[in-house]
Design a protein around this ligand. Structure first.
Ligand SMILES: *[C@@H]1O[C@H](CO)[C@@H](O)[C@H](O)[C@H]1NC(C)=O
Ligand SMILES: *[C@@H]1O[C@H](CO)[C@@H](O)[C@H](O)[C@H]1NC(C)=O
Ligand SMILES: *[C@@H]1O[C@H](CO)[C@@H](O)[C@H](O)[C@H]1NC(C)=O
Ligand SMILES: *[C@@H]1O[C@H](CO)[C@@H](O)[C@H](O)[C@H]1NC(C)=O
Ligand SMILES: *[C@@H]1O[C@H](CO)[C@@H](O)[C@H](O)[C@H]1NC(C)=O
Ligand SMILES: *[C@@H]1O[C@H](CO)[C@@H](O)[C@H](O)[C@H]1NC(C)=O
Ligand SMILES: *[C@@H]1O[C@H](CO)[C@@H](O)[C@H](O)[C@H]1NC(C)=O
Ligand SMILES: *[C@@H]1O[C@H](CO)[C@@H](O)[C@H](O)[C@H]1NC(C)=O
Ligand SMILES: *[C@@H]1O[C@H](CO)[C@@H](O)[C@H](O)[C@H]1NC(C)=O
Length: 206
């Protein structure tokens, strides 16, 4: 069937050009505050790329949320979003480094936070729209103002749940210990992602 053939070609193209983008998750350095838990806090990624959260210090999480409710899992405020959630990842003083790969499936902005420091501004975003009023600074202010708890708007959950089949929820994130087998380059590591594509966890925004 032509559509399937086309899809196969497109996915081959996506895999061939997919990037891995590393976000280091760790305690703020002594001179920093919680806004530096994610380094960098903002990245750009294409569909098919993998954003890899690398938990290197402290006891933090990478949990998807929404702009209006920075410190609440996205699925809790909008049931149509099957967001990722690493849960807290203690690193045992940096001796138990783990990571969470998130395969990008949308061009929309993906907002996320750290359960431990959200109320102090421990947040970040993927593909933040530079022309939008929803900025990283605004998201940080929201998180601090709401102190990690309530939402800023009455977010009536949509009744039209279109839960995607075949994608597992964030709670089944695989915990993959890595002890520094790859090189230490922190930013963009380009490589074939044949192994990373079938990851159970995707950022699924419908
Ligand atoms: C945290 O650090 C950022 C970047 O240095 C700075 O812009 C912000 O004002 C700081 N926030 C607090 C609450 O100190
Ligand atoms: C990580 O943080 C959570 C929440 O504060 C806490 O319950 C848990 O004991 C911590 N784990 C370690 C190993 O510190
Ligand atoms: C981390 O290191 C400090 C200082 O060496 C020690 O007091 C603490 O118990 C360690 N924490 C863990 C979780 O190993
Ligand atoms: C995502 O953005 C890319 C680059 O702008 C574009 O080519 C592609 O069609 C977009 N995909 C979707 C699903 O919007
Ligand atoms: C970015 O935001 C602007 C202003 O809201 C909007 O017109 C534009 O369509 C947005 N771009 C994307 C890719 O969502
Ligand atoms: C923020 O929340 C924490 C615990 O959730 C609480 O201890 C603290 O007093 C709150 N701060 C403000 C300014 O409301
Ligand atoms: C990786 O972890 C294993 C098991 O804990 C350990 O034996 C090994 O030395 C570690 N390798 C590195 C490079 O840290
Ligand atoms: C994660 O961080 C550790 C410690 O800095 C580093 O050794 C490792 O290479 C990083 N992993 C990736 C995939 O960048
Ligand atoms: C929930 O998320 C979907 C997908 O991002 C969006 O289209 C919808 O407007 C959201 N619903 C609410 C109530 O925010």
């Amino acid at each position: 069937m032509r559509p399937f053939a086309l899809a196969a070609v497109l996915s081959a193209v996506v895999v061939a050009s997919a990037k891995q983008i590393v976000i280091t998750v760790g305690d703020p350095l002594s001179s920093d505050n919680a806004t530096t838990v994610f380094r960098p806090a903002e990245v750009k990624a294409n569909i098919g790329d993998v954003v890899l959260f690398n938990f290197t210090q402290g006891n933090h999480s990478a949990t998807q949320s929404t702009f209006a409710s920075p410190c609440i899992p996205a699925h809790d405020t909008n049931v149509t979003i099957n967001g990722f959630n690493s849960d807290l990842r203690p690193t045992n003083n940096g001796t138990a480094i783990t990571n969470l790969p998130v395969t990008i499936t949308t061009n929309d902005t993906i907002w996320f936070y750290d359960i431990a420091t959200c109320a102090e501004g421990g947040v970040g975003g993927i593909n933040i729209n530079d022309s939008s009023t929803e900025t990283l600074e605004g998201f940080e202010r929201n998180a601090i103002r709401l102190n990690g708890t309530s939402t800023s708007s009455s977010s009536a959950a949509s009744a039209t749940s279109t839960s995607p089949s075949g994608t597992s929820s964030g709670s089944t994130a695989s915990r993959t210990p890595t002890n520094g087998s790859t090189n230490a380059a922190e930013r963009v590591v380009v490589r074939a992602l044949a192994a990373a594509v079938p990851m159970a966890l995707v950022a699924m925004l419908l």
